[in-house]
Design a binder for this molecule. Structure first.
Ligand code: XIL
Length: 373
């Protein structure tokens, strides 16, 4: 059940102090009992607490890590949903023009099914991790259009019935615009370089991709996914205008994926209020809201940094559970052992996830768990 009697901000503030006191009294450590004033740490899993609210809690995973027994045990017990961090991307599933390879993704699906977990598809149309045979093939617009339609159809058909939702289009907008001008459509191989036939027509190519996706698997929920659209800003304005237009015209868009690659500097009252308001405007269009790639990158592994990270994780878990349309809280990985952040930041940042590199629960874990008590 969702509790809507209190405003998200009141809840966030209340939870923030609850989390701080739990963290201060060692609520984030595993094992051990409580003392006379504090109950022992909860033994509930993230999945159990999420399920109380009809929420999915997920993590991005890569199949080679499943042979790491602690990885598999943690993923399989704590989460009720997973996504492919890489293994459903175009370059992974179509290594050559005439071959497909779903082996990694299939291993993830098998693992998920053995552990009663839902599987989310990521991602069909993106400008990165496109196979070299596509980027260097010198294809015409009409050939590229066929290549993209075939890719969408092949992948969605392969996973039909086993993947409940897909990021159909990923990161299609630039980080530009102003308070009066929404962000522009990103120049990519699919839009205008040379594109699939809708160059200069804004979101028309995105609409085409959603229509192909719906034809390929009418039962899958179809998402647009992006970063830096979590708050009210010119980029989320552009996505909102597209979503509104698509809903008005019957384009099969079911939800928006908000990536949430953040660090503790994001934790301001203004940003949290802005996320809440932004979620509300998308929900008012009848769209589902998925938090798809959450991680909170730190510059060090101090207790202060872990506690700041925990506070923000808890606040975001609260904002999600307070919005009935927010149906997925997914982190980009779950253990610091395999996070993409150190590689992405040239080792300037790390420690971004709820479990540390030895699979111990961090304060962030406890914050999320407590947000869904
Ligand atoms: C990242 C993976 O985490 C890395 O392993 C890979 O090398 C590059 O892609 N936005 C997305 C994800 O939508 O697909 C990206 O994943 C992270 C940013």
């Amino acid at each position: 059940m969702r509790n809507h009697r209190y405003s998200p901000i009141v809840i966030a503030i209340a939870l923030g102090s609850l989390i701080s006191s739990l963290v201060a009294c060692g609520g984030g450590s595993s094992g051990g009992g409580g003392n006379n004033n504090n109950p022992p740490p909860s033994t509930a899993t993230l999945a159990q607490n999420a399920a109380k609210h009809g929420l999915k809690v997920g993590a991005a995973a890569d199949s080679p890590y499943l042979s790491d027994t602690s990885y598999a045990a943690t993923l399989g017990s704590q989460y009720n949903e997973l996504t492919a961090e890489n293994e459903m991307k175009f370059a992974s599933v179509a290594p050559t023009a005439t071959t497909t390879d779903y082996s990694g993704a299939d291993a993830l699906v098998s693992f998920a099914q053995a552990h009663q977990m839902a599987v989310r598809g990521h991602t069909l149309v993106w400008h990165q991790q496109v196979p070299t045979w596509v980027t260097t093939g010198g294809y015409t617009t009409s050939q590229l259009s066929q290549i993209l339609q075939d890719h969408i159809t092949n992948a969605m058909t392969h996973f039909a019935g086993n993947v409940y939702a897909w990021d159909v289009v990923n990161e299609a907008f630039n980080d530009d615009g102003s308070s009066s001008t929404p962000a522009t459509v990103r120049s990519t191989i699919w839009y205008d370089n040379p594109g699939i036939g809708f160059a200069g027509q804004g979101t028309a190519y995105i609409k085409q991709a959603f229509n192909w996706a719906h034809a390929a698997d009418p039962n899958a929920k179809l998402f647009y996914n992006d970063y830096n659209i979590e708050t009210l800003n010119p980029k989320s304005d552009a996505v909102y205008l597209m979503a509104q237009d698509f809903k008005n015209r019957g384009v099969p868009l079911d939800g928006i994926g908000f990536q949430f690659h953040k660090d503790p500097s994001f934790d301001t009252a203004a940003n949290l209020a802005s996320v809440t308001t932004n979620f509300l405007r998308f929900a008012a269009l009848g769209l589902d809201i998925h938090i798809t790639e959450l991680d909170i990158a730190l510059s060090d592994s101090s207790a202060a940094s872990f506690n700041a990270q925990a506070k923000l994780y808890g606040e975001l878990a609260t904002i999600c559970v307070q919005n009935p349309n927010c149906k997925l809280f997914q982190t980009w990985g779950f253990t610091d052992k395999y996070s993409w952040i150190p590689g992405f930041t040239n080792n300037q940042k790390g420690w971004a996830l709820p479990f540390d590199a030895t699979y111990q629960k961090k304060p962030a874990y406890t914050s999320i768990l407590n947000a869904w008590q």
